[in-house]
Design a protein around this ligand. Structure first.
Ligand code: PEP
Ligand code: MN
Length: 340
């Protein structure tokens, strides 16, 4: 924590601050500049820093208190300088080779899922996605097949060998989803659900944490910290678009979130251009941008017949379009030192 004194601060003001810090047991380091004196408080306890900073701010001679206080600690770059790799079944996310998760928005039927799973595998996906418990905005929309959807995902994993990622929407579903899935997805609408975050933090499966569409990067990373603080450090972050004033597309893809989240945390960061754009024709350019920006992977919705999809058809690629995109992405990945 650093206390920046105002240019008008007198010797006794400076002493007052020094005394205040010393009384709390901090080591005090004084640095006198031409205009301002800066006081460093060393050894401040994390849980006290915010309160002490607030108290010091009350003093008129104090211009500003800079609390070197990352609200996210376990996931922060300070806690771990090297980037983390997260194991998902037999795949590692956060390594030189990018991990692409692809599949339908919702698991609809055995035939749809198997066709899709085989198609995305052929196209080069490493992980199969598919929603069983769907977080729909309207209660009248298709809500997913639930447990039956999980069973079909397990069958698709057996058939293709691809690990599976699926969303868990509620704390009550956690044991069931944890038992079947290789990667537990926390959706954008649940990013702020701290009870759910704590619950998946107690699981032995890795977690894919999507950014809430109205969440700042800091809020997103604090949500990741909930999972980490509950004991699970196998977290993958996913930028999936945010709400802005521009409503041309479904959301606004925040490309900058990728390098920022990578700078702030050691966690792998992937991008979801499907939900970000909401339209299949924009999935490829956003995917290429994400890979160029350093994303550790992608999540892409693929449906064998997008015109028949029960959810998110307009943003779904056909298996053929997906394979073509994967081909295009290979050269973008190579340009930034990654493979696909
Ligand atoms: C999804 O991936 O199926 C999904 C619903 O995404 P999001 O939570 O990002 O809207
Ligand atoms: Mn979807």
């Amino acid at each position: 924590m650093i206390v920046i004194m105002s240019p008008q601060a007198t010797e006794s003001d400076i002493e007052q601050v020094q005394q205040l810090l010393a009384d709390r047991g901090y080591g005090v380091h004084l640095s006198r500049g031409v205009e301002r004196t800066i006081i460093g408080a060393i050894g401040a306890l994390d849980e006290e820093k915010a309160l002490v900073a607030e108290q010091l701010d009350v003093l008129p001679a104090v211009e500003r208190v800079v609390a070197i206080l990352k609200p996210y600690k376990l996931v922060s770059r300070e806690a771990r300088a090297e980037r983390s790799a997260v194991p998902v079944g037999n795949v590692e996310v956060g390594v030189q080779k990018l991990a692409v998760m692809a599949g339908p928005c919702s698991v609809e039927s055995e035939q749809q899922l198997m066709e899709c799973a085989e198609g995305v595998k052929e196209g080069g996906a490493a992980i199969l996605r598919g929603g069983a418990f769907k977080p729909r905005t309207s209660p009248y929309d298709f809500q997913g097949l639930g447990e039956e959807g999980l069973r079909l995902l397990v069958a698709a994993r057996e058939r293709t060998g691809l690990p599976i990622v699926t969303e868990v929407r509620d704390v009550r579903q956690v044991p069931l989803v944890n038992e079947h899935a290789d990667l537990l997805q926390i959706g954008a609408r649940n990013m702020h659900n701290s009870d759910l975050l704590k619950e998946v933090g107690g699981c032995d499966k890795p977690v894919l944490l999507k950014r809430g569409f109205a969440a700042t990067i800091e809020e997103w990373l604090k949500a990741a910290e909930y999972i980490a603080a509950a004991g699970n450090l196998n977290i993958i972050l996913c930028e999936r678009g945010i709400r802005t004033f521009d409503t041309t597309l479904r959301y606004t893809f925040d490309l900058s979130a990728i390098p920022v989240a990578q700078a702030e945390t050691h966690l792998p960061v992937i991008a979801d251009p499907s939900h970000a754009s909401g339209q299949s024709e924009y999935v490829a350019p956003l995917a290429m941008g994400a890979v160029a920006a350093g994303a550790d992977g992608l999540m892409i919705e693929v449906h064998p017949q997008p015109e028949r999809a029960l959810s998110d058809g307009p943003q779904s690629l056909t298996p053929t379009a997906f394979a073509k995109l994967m081909q295009q992405l290979r050269s973008v990945a190579a340009a930034v030192g990654r493979s696909m």
